[in-house]
Design a protein around this ligand. Structure first.
Ligand SMILES: Nc1nc2c(ncn2[C@@H]2O[C@H](COP(=O)(O)OP(=O)(O)OP(=O)(O)O)[C@@H](O)[C@H]2O)c(=O)[nH]1
Ligand SMILES: [Mg+2]
Length: 662
């Protein structure tokens, strides 16, 4: 048996690789192979089986799958590459003995490559490197010159990899086309059309797993030892109820056996043992994305299995053990890095409340969030400090929150969500601490100055390094997480889409003080209620960017666009043109109106001002001012301005007008 995780930076081709590996193994039934190649034909990946995963083309949750290759069971776990879901990767690595590190040959080592490898090296996992996407235009250049391999080796050294880890083999190929080889010259021939990819297939890499990754090791308890398994993923199935996935650490388990669990931070409670026991109703493993009864029915040490009939209250990180002969202490599960962002979720309190959602009460919103937390260790919740009715959700990034909100919308929830707050902490000395990130920006050389001034100005970043290769510049910055919000989409606009921004949490540091005022965007705020008209939007469109279309329901205080100047502007979005035939007018005008910019939930999260809230329903996502009344809002704005000026004067007085010397 071999257990391995497929890890990489976002989009480097993990899921494409797992899909192709499955097709080359012998367990996966013909039907699944067909399904897989059909899915791939549409540019989609079989293993990205969730709705949102397929829509966005990214992996959100890790998925184990089991295949048989040359009489070996090979459990492969696909992991997400986006930094917001990095908590998933931490857990997966505790189940496996090796990792297949996928690196896009055209991009080389990226921020998330480092993050996942740091975890893998420290978890003592045996690595195998796969340089992917060599079929792409220019995909070979950096690989042929040896640059990518040097970057990878340097990374391993830097991470303190041990001798056996440093002996990792390197494979070259294309996950998309389904070929791999351990010989660079052969890969070059295939890419240049001098050799056929058919001669290769994926077997070389599967063989590499068998030779280089050690079989699972556990405590030396043999088959008669107590059964134990750490819950790595918890789920819910409408037929099976609560399910749990993890690797058998010791002992064995089959259906109908009784189990209890130990919380991750506590030992066994003797008198509660019997009350907490449940009977396992099923032992399963995944073939592709299909859940099947585990062949043979008995889960043995090393098996990665999904169980049903587990206690309802078991959470990720808890240890499941046999009732008759339990282990006394929970299995050690890895600590997680702290959440960086929080948002308050509450019932919709806007004027359109209750019209579009089916689940609207704050108590039900809280219950739903609680169940999310039970299944996902990287999220946590609490009661909001500002409003006891609201639930605060702590997460690791705007994408993670955006995906959660998007999922809830689809289930019928309607909510108001407050702007993201950075999670601060207090140092032992009593200073306010905030999270810092390392940010890498890859961009066409001509835009390097633009990026640099955008980040080092209002956003308070410090540049760490800058390298130029073939007209592309890679820059590294160090900056507060707070200052990074909204930068991704902005960077794309500033560089005509050429910028790729990546970031990883570094550490908590002393609070950097207020960010530049240039980051505050002026908004176009609706002054009247009704349906937006083409006539009105046509005029408003000249003031900036529109977020709504003719016919969209609007109300006073709703943000209908971005002002091209600083400061908010009240606009009437429902004004109609005289008394002419409204229908034809609408039609004529629609043609002239600038297309409304509809942002995704995570884009709105990163974009919203701190006096705004998001209103989410199954049908709409609206941005609005927290205070709807225009008069009240301008009063608050005046006070805020005064406070800011007073603070500035204060600072100037303290500094004596001159610049402080270091
Ligand atoms: N040309 C080319 N494209 C590839 C190759 N492998 C993957 N891709 C493409 O790269 C994109 C990302 O592939 P995925 O397999 O989803 O990457 P991933 O690493 O699983 O992405 P996340 O899970 O979201 O981090 C898709 O559009 C793939 O079709 C390859 O070998 N060659
Ligand atoms: Mg993926």
């Amino acid at each position: 048996m071999r257990n391995l995780g497929v890890v990489a930076h976002i989009d480097h081709g993990k899921t494409s690789l797992v899909d192709k590996l499955l097709q080359s193994s012998s367990t996966v039934p013909e039907a699944l192979k067909a399904q897989s190649s059909q899915v791939q034909g549409e540019g989609q990946r079989l293993m990205d089986s969730g709705d949102l995963e397929q829509e966005r083309g990214i992996t959100i949750t890790s998925k184990p799958t089991r295949c048989i290759y040359k009489d070996h069971v090979v459990n492969i776990v696909d992991t997400p590459g986006h930094a917001d879901f990095a908590g998933e990767v931490d857990r997966i690595l505790s189940m496996v003995d090796g990792v297949c590190l996928v690196v896009d040959g055209g991009e080389g080592v990226m921020s998330q490559t480092k993050y996942v490898m740091e975890r893998a090296v420290h978890a003592n996992l045996q690595p195998i490197v796969f340089l992917n996407k060599l079929d792409r235009d220019g995909g070979l250049t950096m690989v042929e010159s040896g640059q990518v391999e040097t970057e990878i080796f340097d990374l391993f050294i830097q991470l303190g990899a041990n001798d056996s880890q440093l002996e990792y083999p390197t494979y070259y190929g294309s996950a998309k086309m389904g070929w791999v080889t351990d010989n660079l010259d052969d890969a070059v021939k295939v890419v240049k059309g001098e050799a056929s990819p058919d001669a290769y297939g994926m077997e070389g890499l599967l063989d590499g797993f068998l030779t280089n990754i050690p079989p699972p090791t556990g405590p030396d308890v043999g088959d008669n030892g107590p059964f134990s398994l750490a819950a790595t993923m918890v789920g819910y199935d409408k037929y099976l109820g609560r399910t749990l996935t993890g690797k058998v650490y010791s002992g064995s388990l089959e259906a109908n056996e009784k189990v209890i669990y130990l919380p991750r931070d506590g030992g066994i409670i003797e008198d509660k043992k019997a009350a907490l026991a449940t009977s396992i109703t099923g032992v399963f493993a995944y073939e592709g994305v299909e859940r099947k009864p585990l062949p043979g029915g008995v889960a043995m040490p090393g098996d990665i299995v999904t169980l049903s009939g587990v206690p309802d209250t078991i959470a990720v990180g808890d240890t499941l053990t046999g009732e008759g002969k339990p282990v006394r202490e929970p299995i050690d599960t890895p600590p997680l890095s702290p959440p960086t962002l929080s948002m308050d979720f509450g019932a919709n309190d806007g004027p359109l409340a209750g019209k579009e959602g089916t689940i609207v009460q704050s108590s039900r919103i809280r219950a739903r969030l609680q169940s999310e937390v039970d299944n996902n260790v990287t999220l946590s919740i609490g009661v909001s400090e500002t409003d006891g009715e609201k639930t605060v959700v702590f997460a690791r990034g705007e994408l993670q929150l955006g995906i959660l909100i998007e999922q809830m919308r689809r289930e019928g929830y309607e909510m108001t969500i407050s702007p993201p707050k950075i999670v601060f902490s207090t140092s032992p000395a009593g200073d306010v601490m905030e999270p810092y990130e390392e940010v890498t920006v890859d961009v066409d050389s001509e835009y390097s100055g633009t990026i640099m001034s955008a980040l080092t100005g209002d956003r308070k970043a410090t540049m760490l390094e800058m390298n130029e290769v073939d007209g592309k510049v890679r820059m590294k910055f160090d900056m507060p997480t707070r200052a990074l919000l909204g930068f991704g989409p902005e960077a794309l606009t500033m560089t005509r889409g050429s910028a790729v921004v990546n970031h990883t949490f570094v550490e908590m540091r002393e609070h950097a003080g207020p960010l530049g005022e240039g980051l505050e965007k002026g908004k176009l705020v609706c002054s009247e209620a009704g349906k937006a008209t083409g006539y009105a939007l046509n005029m408003i469109g000249e003031r900036g960017t529109l977020f709504v279309e003719p016919g969209d329901e609007v109300y006073p205080g709703m943000v209908v666009g971005e002002n091209s100047r600083a400061g908010d502007l009240d606009v009437n979005a429902v004004r109609a043109k005289g008394l002419t035939n409204v229908r034809t007018v609408l039609k004529e005008e629609k043609a002239n109106i600038a297309v409304a910019e509809k942002k995704s939930v995570e884009e709105i999260i990163a974009y919203m001002g701190d006096d705004e809230v998001i209103e989410v329903t199954p049908k709409s996502v609206r941005l609005r001012k927290r205070v709807l009344d225009a008069g009240e809002r301008s009063r608050i704005a005046r006070v805020k301005k005064q406070q800011r000026e007073a603070a500035k004067e204060n600072k100037a007085a303290k500094g004596g007008g001159g610049k402080k010397k270091r």
